[in-house]
Design a protein around this ligand. Structure first.
Ligand SMILES: Cc1cc2nc3c(=O)[nH]c(=O)nc-3n(C[C@H](O)[C@H](O)[C@H](O)COP(=O)(O)OP(=O)(O)OC[C@H]3O[C@@H](n4cnc5c(N)ncnc54)[C@H](O)[C@@H]3O)c2cc1C
Length: 382
């Protein structure tokens, strides 16, 4: 594994940074502190994404035939590092480019590829993820939302989803619904517009933002047959693929790392950094950030070499959660006055996303279960 970036990687990062120079001066305080699903960020993202697309910056790592540049998977982690650590000005475009698009590429029909991939590559279409339900989060196989065949090649969807980020302002949903079957059998994937009649989206206030979460209700929502991704009832294979892309798709270590540098600067300005205990705490956080970075790079390296990620994705994800928590703990311990409304937008944004890091994209404990079973080969219940 070679950790040096090549010239194209360096040039790509520089181009992205040029684009990020255009963020408004009050970006962290006014925009990013409410999270990437806030109406302000989502509105801003529409214009920003179009500019990224004009310069072919959105999906360099995709094949040219779908709007990419045939570049390696390293480009995906570079854009993720730059954008996520800057408050994700693309909003949920990353969902499309990181996992919805790749899933469509792998499992979709040619017609689905033609219909959906350009919209992501051109930064026009924002996706959201309709997986979790009131009784099916970690235990996703327990989902109850049903898609009944309508006898004419389409489906009628009834049920509800919860915690759906971005839903109110996204264009498309990657929906999981059950077409018969039990447990993981019968689960099917659908690609549907968020304005599908019979679909109602209601916001849920979260602990730190009014905009992150939604409930989505389906009442006799009619979905055409061409919205089905892959085979009917065989969606679980697609979910497994999506999970590997999704869990390390957002470069949380980079956001935590840049917040950590900001913390150190502030502690120095306040004259608090000379304390060896403070220095040791900052060093521990830095070690967590760099460990998460290298574990993530190990997964990307495997992706470039077409290797099965095995348990490496779960190890990297758990390390990212640890890094996020270590940096958020520094802020709450040494700079708590900056976490209040009107405090430091950058630190508030990192702290807010760290609160939910151990639950979003699968609970931390579940990552540990996967590591114990698949990596350490411990028996269940050990
Ligand atoms: C910021 C954020 C954004 C999200 N965005 C989306 C989204 O866009 N779309 C979407 O579909 N969902 C989304 N979710 C939901 C997320 O996927 C679920 O919260 C997650 O899968 C956990 O499910 P749950 O909330 O039902 O918790 P549960 O499954 O009830 O788990 C609660 C706790 O129980 C414990 N636990 C449960 N099962 C096990 C087990 N097998 N072993 C050990 N411990 C266990 C864990 O401690 C866990 O934290 C989001 C969540 C967050 C926090």
């Amino acid at each position: 594994m070679n950790f040096a970036w090549d010239e194209t990687d360096i040039a790509y990062r520089e181009e992205l940074r040029e684009m990020l120079d255009e963020l408004p001066a009050d970006w962290w305080d006014e925009y990013a502190a409410e999270g990437p699903a806030s109406p302000k960020v989502m509105t801003f993202a529409r214009g920003f994404n179009a500019k990224l697309a004009e310069r072919d910056l959105v999906v360099r790592h995709w094949p040219e035939s779908y709007g990419g540049k045939d570049a390696s998977a390293w480009k995906q982690i570079i854009i993720s590092e730059e954008m996520w650590s800057s408050g994700e000005p693309r909003s949920s475009l990353y969902m499309g480019s990181n996992w919805a698009g790749p899933a469509i590429m792998r499992f979709g029909t040619e017609a689905q590829k033609q219909k959906h991939l350009r919209g992501i590559a051109e930064g026009r279409v924002l996706w959201c993820q309709g997986f979790s339900e009131p009784e099916a989060g970690t235990d996703l196989g327990n989902m109850k939302t049903r898609a009944e065949p309508d006898g004419e090649g389409g489906f009628v969807v009834n049920g509800s989803k919860v915690w759906t980020s971005y839903a109110a302002r996204a264009d498309m949903m990657f929906l999981l619904a059950r077409v018969g079957g039990k447990g993981k059998g019968g689960v099917s994937c659908f690609l549907i517009p968020t304005d599908t009649p019979g679909m109602e989206i209601r916001p849920i206030a979260g602990v730190h933002s009014l905009y992150d979460f939604h409930e989505v209700f389906f009442t006799d929502a009619r979905v055409p047959g061409e919205a089905l991704l892959g085979e009917e009832g065989n969606g679980w294979t697609i979910v497994q693929t999506v999970i590997h892309f999704e869990r390390i798709g957002a470069a949380r270590y980079e956001k935590a790392g840049r917040a950590l540098h900001h913390i150190v600067e502030l502690l120095k300005q306040r004259g608090d950094f000379d304390d060896p205990v403070v220095q040791a705490d900052c060093a521990i956080a830095l070690a967590a950030v760099e460990a998460a970075r290298l574990l993530t790079y190990q997964v990307i390296d495997g992706r470039v070499k077409d290797r099965d990620p095995g348990a490496n994705t779960y190890i990297a994800r758990y390390a990212m959660i640890q890094a996020d928590h270590a940096v958020a703990n520094l802020t709450s311990t040494y700079l708590p006055d900056l976490l209040v409304q009107g405090g430091d937008g950058h630190l508030r944004a990192q702290f807010n996303s760290a609160i939910t890091a151990g639950l979003a994209a699968g609970a931390a404990e579940v990552q540990l279960n996967m590591i114990s079973g698949r990596y350490l080969q411990l028996p269940r219940g050990a």
